[in-house]
Design a protein. Structure first.
Length: 333
């Protein structure tokens, strides 16, 4: 089994520790076998303080990090009073030295400060809770920070925004490891969306809030039922009963992206599901997801996922394309 080690510190947020245990713990193969082993470790085994009125007992020390395939670092209340230089304590530095090269590293909320201070985020894109973005930029100006997204995934190092985005992060890792079918089943068991629209931009306080009863959710639901068809900005604005300009502004406020960016993301997600769960040829997948042609689908996969559709399908279905298939990984895009 893939071993996930949740590495906690004093002042932990209990929900952030529970999320990886609950989600990875529910992931099952088609035969019902557990796909992950999830264990907790800390700096000094024993009682660990939380930000509530109870503690938790963690029997495992940092040596367990040497046995991890994935390490997840949740937030701690000490992250909200970050040191001026963004440096790790000697004890935490020594603990992280147990991590093997190639181990997947992830953070929830301000756990990203630890990954940044330890050097795991050098040359990578990251996110953190939007309230801590200014501190992060001040302490780690060399790291590209995007405070508007729910999570980032860059070269096997992942970061997520606030507490609940730990759900999005874990589901993303499960989806990447074992495919959408497994991740969707875990999401259903947790009663959470398998994929949330937009980023944390929709949760950031605005200086001048603009209250309105109208939303773009009806247009999004309408589009999701018609992904195999041509959909224009005019169409979506008409469903909402507002002008294109008003619709675009409200859409970005609610999702953190433009309507057409969102639509492309939904088409890509549909294409991934079809590649994983059906044997449809790539051209048919492109048509069913509204991407038009196999060429367009290959170009989108190359730019967003770094692999050809055939390679993606092989990874998640263990399927080799038939000889002579037009969907070969060697096609240049």
């Amino acid at each position: 089994m893939h071993r996930v080690v949740v590495f906690v510190r004093d002042g932990l947020i209990p929900l952030e520790v529970g999320i990886p245990h609950r989600l990875f713990g529910q992931a099952r193969s088609v035969r019902g076998s557990r796909l992950y082993e999830v264990v907790t470790a800390t700096l000094i085994p024993g009682e660990v303080r939380t930000d509530t009125d109870f503690t938790i007992n963690v029997p495992n020390g940092p040596e367990l990090l040497a046995e991890a395939d994935t390490v997840i670092i949740p937030a701690s209340d000490e992250d909200y009073e970050p040191p001026t230089q963004g440096q790790l304590s000697p004890r935490l530095t020594k603990a992280l030295s147990h991590v093997r090269p190639g181990t997947r590293m992830a953070s929830i909320c301000t756990g990203s400060f630890v990954l940044a201070a330890a050097g795991f985020l050098d040359g990578r894109r990251a996110t953190t809770h939007w309230r801590s973005a200014a501190d992060f930029r001040r302490m780690f100006p060399h790291i590209e920070l995007d405070p508007n997204v729910l999570f980032t995934d860059c070269d096997n190092v992942l970061t997520s925004a606030g507490v609940a985005s730990g759900l999005d992060l874990c589901l993303h890792m499960i989806r990447r490891d074992f495919g959408s079918a497994v991740a969707n089943e875990v999401a259903r068991g947790t009663v959470t969306p398998p994929h949330r629209d937009g980023g944390q931009a929709q949760y950031i306080d605005r200086l001048v809030p603009e209250p309105t009863a109208a939303t773009t959710s009806a247009a999004r639901a309408w589009a999701m039922e018609r992904l195999d068809r041509a959909i224009t900005l005019d169409d979506m604005a008409a469903v909402s009963g507002v002008s294109k300009r008003t619709f675009t502004r409200r859409f970005r406020e609610e999702t953190g992206m433009s309507p057409m960016q969102w639509l492309t993301e939904q088409r890509l997600h549909r294409a991934r599901e079809l590649l994983e769960q059906t044997d449809l040829p790539v051209d048919r997948v492109a048509t069913a997801s509204g991407l038009g042609s196999g060429t367009a689908l290959r170009q989108l996969f190359a730019s967003t996922m770094g692999v050809a559709p055939s390679a993606y399908r092989n990874t998640f279905r263990g399927r080799t394309p038939p000889e002579g298939s037009s969907d070969q990984p060697t096609i240049a895009v």
